[in-house]
Design a protein around this ligand. Structure first.
Ligand code: CS2
Length: 483
């Protein structure tokens, strides 16, 4: 492989970029921070930060202060680049764009005062999160888990929190103490009813802190819109860094790769002094939850099914799994015949077209989306992506034979990883390793061990006989169920 250019992407070197590489269409020195974002990972940088990069060309008030809670993050990669990075759109069309909407990058571990200063500035109108499902510290019923180690810590260290929920709660407390109107708190994660869950978590923490007045103020004054976010964003690797460097002519140590498809639906409660996100392609709607439910159950439910069944079959990427016509056919039938009936739908949402588009996106040959990435955090993803659909199907008397397959495949995956000595990337990794390690590959012995995990399986579902028998049958003979 040719040696990629080593001249770094920086504000000063933008002029050295190859022709055709898009750059910020505004003077970054004149932008102001209007948004604090917790969790500046790849998805945020390829999605929300992209929208705002477009908006900043017409409204300089909406630069992002990125707040990193979970080290090691991207400070060492981004700060030497003046917080610039490349988004590589790898799809039918290959495009490279330098994003400049990130204006500040702060670490919770050492910049707490600066983060609080931002959170209590009147011009900061939005606080947004991409912290993944596990970041909300919720229990199996979607409520704040006060026993969660980070929440337990935040209750005794309210001004030096470990969780994003703790930071937002303390940020609101300080904003209230200064007599300021609250910021709008926006979850940008794949959590069904993400705005409600976010609100319940922050409210729950304020109440657990014993601050009734703060809790009442949050309940009455703070908006937590629900959102749906979507763009397939495989993790970056050294090959991407090389590809980007060769394509743009400068070295970027923190590029983002994603498909061209980009969607952001936001509950239309942002208010008049919020950024005009509709003007840059976001959808402000009063029925975001229908879009959110469809996306998480169809796209993410299919993704998790491909991940576990695909990994067990020896595949490593979504593309490989989709090339298995039997597996791809099974997933398509599950989407059309088992997930779609559970969806409420809304005007303008055509399920057949939506499913067809998702399957086409999964087949994008320009992106390699690793199944292990999707398989991560299964204990947190399964409830939103699969178990909700199963619960609805059982209530409606619909069959769950196919829907049981991703559950059984996740269990079999956990067992295989435990037996082969690979640690799971999951907040419950230790617990799952113990469960998986004690399993014998028979549903009669193994299922009770998994279904006892209240963090994943609500009690009423765990004891439901139809659920037990469907998952057990699939667990004992997974291959026979892929029809
Ligand atoms: C994926 C999602 O990693 C995963 O769990 O299912 O990140 C998926 O790529 C996005 O939700 C697509 O919008």
């Amino acid at each position: 492989m040719p040696t990629p250019p080593r001249t770094r992407l920086t504000q000063q070197n933008l002029g050295a970029l190859r022709a055709g590489v898009a750059v910020p269409a505004y003077d970054r020195s004149t932008t102001e921070v209007g948004i604090v974002h917790f969790g500046p990972g790849a998805f945020h940088r390829g999605h929300q930060a992209w929208y705002l990069d477009t908006l900043l060309a017409r409204d300089p008030r909406w630069a992002i202060c990125a707040a990193e809670i979970r080290p090691p993050g991207l400070a060492q990669a981004l700060i030497p680049q003046d917080l610039l990075y490349v988004v590589a759109e790898l799809d039918e069309r290959i495009r490279f764009r330098v994003i400049g909407s990130m204006k500040e990058y702060l670490l919770a571990s050492q910049d707490a005062d600066r983060i609080y200063a931002r959170l209590t500035q009147p011009q900061v109108k939005l606080v947004t999160l991409t912290i993944t499902e596990k970041g909300y510290c919720l229990d199996g019923n979607g409520e704040l888990d006060l026993q969660h180690p980070a929440i337990a810590y935040d209750l005794t260290h309210p001004t030096a929190p470990k969780s994003a929920i703790g930071w937002v709660t303390e940020g609101l407390a300080r904003r209230k103490a200064k007599g300021l109107a609250p910021f709008v708190a926006i979850s940008c994660d794949n959590v069904v009813g993400n705005g409600h869950k976010f609100r319940n978590a922050v409210l729950g923490l304020a109440q657990a802190r014993g601050d009734k007045e703060l809790a009442a103020w949050i309940a009455g004054e703070v908006r937590f819109p629900c959102t749906m976010v979507d763009s397939i964003t495989p993790a970056a690797d050294e090959a991407l860094k090389q590809k980007v460097a060769e394509s743009v002519g400068l070295y970027d140590d923190a590029p983002v790769q994603r498909e061209s498809f980009l969607q952001w639906a936001i509950e239309d409660v942002l208010g008049s002094d919020a950024p005009d996100l509709a003007s840059v392609g976001a959808s402000l709607t009063n029925d975001v939850e229908a879009y959110e439910q469809a996306k998480i159950r169809l796209l993410n439910g299919a993704h998790s099914t491909l991940a576990y069944a695909g990994l067990l079959a020896g595949y490593t990427s979504v593309g490989e799994a989709m090339n298995d016509t039997r597996l791809a056919g099974f997933v398509a039938r599950m989407m059309r015949e088992d997930i779609t009936p559970s969806l409420r739908g809304t005007r303008g949402l055509d399920f057949e077209n939506y499913i067809g588009a998702i399957l086409q996106r999964f087949r994008n040959p320009a992106l390699t989306h690793r199944l292990y990435q999707i398989a991560s955090d299964g204990s947190q993803k399964l409830p939103y992506r699969i178990l909700g659909t199963i619960t609805d199907a059982l209530s409606a008397g619909r069959p769950i034979r196919r829907l049981a397959v991703p559950v059984a495949a996740w269990m079999a995956f956990v067992v295989r990883e435990a037996k082969e000595g690979r640690a799971l990337n999951d907040p419950l990794a230790k617990m799952l390793a113990d469960v998986g390690g004690s399993c014998v590959g028979k549903a009669s012995a193994d299922l009770p061990r998994f279904l006892a995990l209240r963090e994943v399986f609500p009690a009423n579902l765990a004891k439901e006989p139809k659920f037990n028998s469907a998952v057990g049958a699939a667990y004992d003979n997974l291959d026979a169920f892929l029809d």
